[in-house]
Design a protein around this ligand. Structure first.
Ligand code: EPU
Length: 326
């Protein structure tokens, strides 16, 4: 198959490429076949060739928010390395492989406001749009004007509404066959460029102070949990054994932070093998550098079970991190 891929796609296609170094978790086996797409056209060709050859096709962005299985990933893995960022007036057009950090720096330098929050966000623009990634109360949904993506064999342009964004969610997560190629983000002129530059520094410092960036992880392991109604909130108040004046924290969207839930149940520091729920932020599942995918899966499922049992089945945590190759 390798010679066929090299002939039809590019001589640069490789076999047996280790994926762990390309993920923020630093965990996982190898890609059966691997290709770095430097342009959107490269990525489209890769998808079409994989289809012709009947090969499974996996897109790799910044390797954050994912756990690669120890057995690796079958078929063709395509790294989105189209990282161009073009500022056009108050818009920015960027390749799916562009990094949020550089997007924030470049747009602030161009006198634009709206992406400062993304300065410490890992991953890529494409992955960030797919999962509607966010930080500090903002998310990609707020600035995406349009997305150019391949579906089946056709490149189409989607509007913000077409993307059906939700909390850490979009249609790209649910419908197979999408390949995000490029996006246009709509920003505003920045009234205070010096303040914006200071904000970039502050966000990076806050991240360092609050999140365990000194250990490999995939970011937050679980999504924050949205209570279905007032009754469940009252039941949880009892399950968590809170005092009369204590309140369950809720995000502006009404979700209960998974970090608070895990912390409150005394699971900070809880370990399976070389994987651990961070002492610094309980929703970060970290590796000591030697964890294997099985340690992570076992720890995540033990935490989910403990949370479910401790809350009489009310809270069912859901992974934000995606399992790849399982
Ligand atoms: N909390 C605890 N114990 C902990 C961690 C948090 O009690 O160990 C409490 C905090 O005291 C606070 C609340 O939980 O009252 C919320 O914590 P934080 O402000 O850290 O925010 P979060 O909801 O845990 C979200 C995103 C992060 C993002 C931060 C900062 C999710 C699942 N997480 O975290 O995103 O970086 O806000 O804006 O939505 C990610 O998606 O991978 C991620 C890390």
């Amino acid at each position: 198959m390798l010679p066929e891929l090299q002939k039809r796609l590019s001589p640069e296609v490789k076999a047996g490429v280790p994926l762990a170094p390309r993920t923020t978790f630093k965990i996982g086996g190898s890609a059966e076949y691997f290709f770095e797409a430097k342009t959107a056209d490269d990525a489209v060709r890769a998808a079409l060739v994989a289809k012709e050859l009947g090969l499974p096709f996996t897109i790799l962005g910044g390797g954050s928010n994912m756990l690669v299985s120890g057995g690796g990933v079958k078929g063709l893995v395509v790294l989105m390395a189209n990282r161009d960022i073009r500022v056009e007036g108050t818009s920015v057009v960027a390749g799916a492989g562009a990094t949020p950090g550089l997007l924030a720096q470049k747009t602030v330098a161009a006198g634009l406001a709206g992406l400062e929050w993304a300065v410490g966000l890992p991953g890529t623009l494409g992955g960030g749009i797919r999962g509607n990634a966010g930080m500090w109360g903002s998310e990609f949904k707020e600035t995406v004007a349009s997305v150019r993506a391949l579906r089946d064999s056709e490149v189409i342009t989607l509007t913000n509404a077409d993307c059906r964004f939700g909390y850490r969610d979009s249609r790209f997560k649910h419908e197979p066959g999408w390949l995000i190629l490029e996006a246009t983000l709509q920003l505003q002129p920045c009234p205070n460029p010096e303040g914006a530059r200071a904000l970039l520094v502050k966000y990076l410092e806050d991240k360092k102070a609050r999140q365990p960036i000194e250990f490999p992880s995939a970011g937050c392991m679980f999504k924050n949990w949205t209570p279905p109604g007032e009754k469940e909130l009252a039941d949880l108040h009892r399950a968590f054994d809170l005092g009369k004046d204590e309140k369950i924290p809720q995000t502006p969207l009404g979700a209960i932070p998974a970090g608070w839930i895990i912390d409150r149940l005394g699971l900070k520091g809880y370990k399976v093998g070389h994987a651990q729920m961070s002492e610094k932020h309980a929703n970060f599942l970290i590796s000591d550098g030697q964890a294997e995918a099985d340690d992570v899966v076992a720890l995540a499922s033990a935490v989910k079970t403990k949370v479910r049992n401790a809350t009489a089945g009310i809270i069912q945590l859901e992974e934000e991190v995606e399992y790849v190759g399982f």
